[in-house]
Design a protein around this ligand. Structure first.
Ligand code: G3I
Length: 362
């Protein structure tokens, strides 16, 4: 999961020479609230705007359900298509919650981004006991079964998620990932299996802390996907998660350069798990939300300016249910973090007007 850098000095924080960090240019900008939903604004630009959605909340929270359908034209299952949810026992598949999300999306004319086929987390215990050919075959079987089940219903898959190491960001994960037992070829195998199972779905590599050119993890991701393309492995895009930490923002120019170099490889870029926790932003709540809106605005401006940045998805619908409330993920400093565009009572925060402004070219 994303590293927060708590207590660490980030030499790149605040931007590289000659550039500025996200949100630094907009101090005092007021984003004027306008009519209409986020998805109407995105539709007008031919873009997707999404949110991570949980099947459980759709079932037990009518306001959540209404907000998700009204504001977003694509959804990502936050947890319900992960391996632990879909193949808890080897060879026995449980697609009920994923199917529920697909149905909700269809009823609301939304697309579905599948998340995720191969990740080192959210695995059932049985996977971690395997090795060698058995592990590789279990992975290929899982990818094929899940991608086949959702064929025609999921427009894009995060095929491999978070393969790059945090402690050694120029390499793939080692001991912390069961997939290291297979060596780097597991990534090729996963993409090939996904393409075989669903030839129409767009296939993405997805990761965090890889947003800005010049940061080690970004360069590793770039080289990883370049290598896949050179070997003829089917990949269509890169997901930049964009779980930002306002204390260590990536430089604006670095993000733009990174997106551009990925596009130059022939890939699409999607922002896949955007959130801006405000706990460590100074000032009162109004000041925190204003700064959050400026950061959100800059990311949307960057994406809207690049035709191949086709989708931006927030990691949640409302501050009420953000993953950053979970005590096990307290690595962004003290909260509350309120990282999303809609507050705990489902009201639009300044970020909503900022997004619409970016889509309107302002
Ligand atoms: O549903 C159970 C509940 O029954 C139980 O009582 C409780 C006890 O801890 O756990 C609940 O499950 C939790 C689940 O979220 C639903 O809330 C899991 O413990 C918890 O590990 C799980 O966390 C998810 C995490 O991925 C791990 O799968 C987060 O919701 C989800 O937001 C997070 O998403 C990831 C992306 O997939 C990949 N990128 C990073 C991102 C944030 O970490």
């Amino acid at each position: 999961m994303p590293s927060g850098g708590d207590g660490k000095t980030d030499p790149l924080a605040g931007g590289s020479k000659g550039s500025s960090a996200l949100g630094s240019g907009g101090a005092g900008t007021t984003f004027v609230p306008t009519e209409g939903s986020l998805r109407e604004a995105a539709d007008g630009n031919g873009r997707l705007i999404g949110a991570a959605v949980a099947a459980g909340h759709l079932s037990d929270d009518a306001m959540y359900k209404a907000l998700a359908g009204r504001e977003f034209n694509v959804l990502t299952p936050e947890n319900d298509m992960k391996w632990a949810a879909t193949e808890p026992t080897q060879g026995t598949y449980t697609f009920g919650l994923g199917d529920l999300l697909v149905k909700f999306a269809q009823n609301n004319n939304m697309r579905v981004r599948g998340h995720t086929l191969v990740w080192y987390q959210a695995l059932p215990a049985w996977v971690t006991t395997l090795s060698g050919d058995q592990l590789r075959q279990a992975m290929i079987d899982h990818v094929k079964a899940v991608a086949s089940h959702f064929k025609g219903k999921v427009y894009a898959w995060d095929v491999v998620n978070e393969a790059v190491s945090d402690s050694s960001p120029t390499s793939l994960r080692d001991k912390d990932s069961v997939w290291s037992k297979l060596g780097p070829s597991y990534i090729d195998d996963a993409f090939r299996a996904a393409r075989e199972a669903d030839p129409e779905a767009k296939l993405f590599y997805n990761d965090y802390d890889g947003e800005a050119q010049g940061r080690p993890k970004s360069d590793t991701i770039y080289n990883l996907v370049k290598g896949l393309l050179e070997r003829g492995v089917p990949i269509d895009g890169v997901g930049l998660q964009m779980h930002l930490d306002p204390r260590y923002l990536p430089p604006t120019d670095g993000i733009r350069q990174n997106i551009d170099r990925l596009v130059a490889l022939g890939l699409e870029v999607n922002i896949t798990e955007f959130d801006v926790p405000v706990g460590q932003i100074p000032g009162d709540l109004a000041a925190k939300f204003q700064r959050q809106a400026e950061i959100v605005h800059d990311v949307f401006k960057l994406c809207v300016a690049q035709p191949k940045c086709s989708a931006i998805t927030f990691w949640g619908v409302t501050d009420k249910y953000t993953w950053l409330k979970d005590p096990q993920f307290m690595f962004r400093g003290m909260g509350p973090h309120y990282p999303l565009p809609f507050d705990e009572s489902y009201n639009a925060k300044p970020a909503v007007a900022a997004i619409k402004a970016a889509f309107a070219g302002n």
